[in-house]
Design a protein. Structure first.
Length: 207
């Protein structure tokens, strides 16, 4: 089964809104987390504080398929990435994996998934808002996102590193855009492309 999700794109504006959790950290946190400025349409609402940041490296995956209009196009089928705790050395410090999976808290819904590499707790999230504002998003990069957590599950031994997550930011993206060629004739149907990308993921909890 091919799952297609179309994310709403909000027109870019130049007004900058600082997240209320800029440079915030949960009480008792071992590290300071500075959230970069973001376009106002993906600003985190009041009542949420950042508690973790991860640096994702992987692919955005697409399949050549017939769309609802009958045209051929590359259809997004999910990410596949490893999330690290260091921006500068992504060979060590794996903290999570990121992929698409079925959310057990919704009927037949496949959502962006993050799984903690330590305790196997998982969260599923859906995009609340998107921005391609060129003042923030690099040319050729996938949009920045604000995502709402719509499912959370503890690990098999009760681990809950991700369990209380309420919102997620996908920021400072590079690459990942769907291909612009290679999906034009019937013999291309079923072809797949794995487009490299990187992104920063900021995780929030309700105060």
């Amino acid at each position: 089964m091919t799952i297609t999700r179309v994310l709403p794109l909000v027109a870019g504006v130049l007004l900058v809104t600082l997240s209320p959790s800029l440079a915030a950290a949960q009480p008792g946190s071992r590290k300071r987390i500075d959230v970069p400025p973001v376009p106002h349409e993906i600003a985190v609402p009041a009542g949420h504080s950042v508690y973790e940041v991860g640096y994702a490296t992987g692919t955005q995956n697409y399949i050549c398929a017939v769309t609802r209009t009958g045209a051929l196009d590359w259809t997004f089928i999910g990410p596949e990435a490893t999330v690290f705790d260091s921006e500068h050395d992504r060979r060590v410090g794996q903290t999570m994996t990121h992929y698409l999976s079925q959310n057990p808290f919704e009927i037949e819904r496949f959502r962006a998934t993050w799984r903690d590499s330590d305790d196997s707790s998982r969260i599923w999230a859906v995009a609340l808002a998107s921005s391609e504002n060129p003042a923030f998003v690099a040319p050729g990069a996938i949009p920045w996102l604000l995502l709402d957590v719509v499912g959370a599950e503890r690990g098999p031994t009760g681990g809950k590193n991700l369990w209380r997550t309420s919102l997620i930011h996908r920021l400072n993206t590079s690459g990942g855009r769907k291909p612009v060629s290679g999906c034009t004739t019937a013999d291309h149907i079923g072809a797949m492309k794995f487009v490299p990308y990187t992104a920063e993921n900021y995780f929030y909890r309700a105060d």
